[in-house]
Ligand binder design. Sequence first.
Ligand SMILES: [Zn+2]
Length: 334
Amino acid sequence: MPAPRATASPAAWLRLGWTYCLMLVTASLVVGCDDGGNLPDKTAAGDPRPDRARPLVVCTTPMVGDLVRAVGGEFIDVDVLLVAGVDPHLWSPTRADTLRVLAADAVFLNGLQLEGRAGESFARVEASGRPVVRVAETLAKSELRTDQANGSHFDPHVWMDPVLWAKTAPTVATALAKVSPDHAKDFESRAAQFGTNAAMLDRDIKIELASLPVSQRVLVTAHDAFGYFGRRYDLEVRGVQGVSTESEPSLAAIEALVAEMCERSVPAIFAETTVSNRSVQAIVEGCAARGHEVRLGEPLYSDSLGPAASEGATWMGMLRHNARAIAAGLGGRR
Ligand SMILES: [Zn+2]
């Protein structure tokens, strides 16, 4: 390990301070970790990556990771906790996840209770003084959708509206500047570029969906993740499950949706890559029993990106895929 520099940069001082905080927070987690075991004393010898040149930023979902990577560029290292295809509603941080969080200079979550079971771990990290940013919670409340089933909660799926999601980029830039002040201007300009790219994506999605007639603009999916997408692109949205996937849909809810789809001749229903398609299949069968054939559309990316090299491996790719699959499934012109 090289000798410490005689004149430390502000970022180096921050790291030194956080190393001390990491030791304190790790010590407190040893008592309270979820599985009852002791955390390895990884920080006893100091920061696990003391020589790193770039700040390490931990993100929860792949969409948040995509956003933070876009704003941070080559000036930061990004570690995403949830692998592609994992449902964030049901995710609980493991002991290994907690250690990854403890090694970070800053942490970015979606927030609005998307990572419903992870709150306590991050609250403890927050207490150590490092930036913990819940990106969706930085938006004005007037721009958020209320969860229909729970009026005191907001719909967390804000990445589904590219223009709204891009509004979080300047906040990400501000938070990254705290851990890497020398690159504050770079983060600012990259956040602006993210906004420009999101505006282009928004235009492309509008063009993709423009051919859908009004009568076909009903989007039925496995869970209620597409409310912001529907609001932006003028689609009525129905989810078999609610805004969260934590509870199973009731038989009455499935029957009501079957009746509505038959009555309105909705041509397709869409499974999602992070949700079991059992209830979607039940809807298809229910409609068939009433003589209404429902197509199973191409699965949509809802609460996670696709695997590396797939069309949905990036946030922009995810939304482009969804728009194309929805247009095709609901009978837009091809
Ligand atoms: Zn969801």
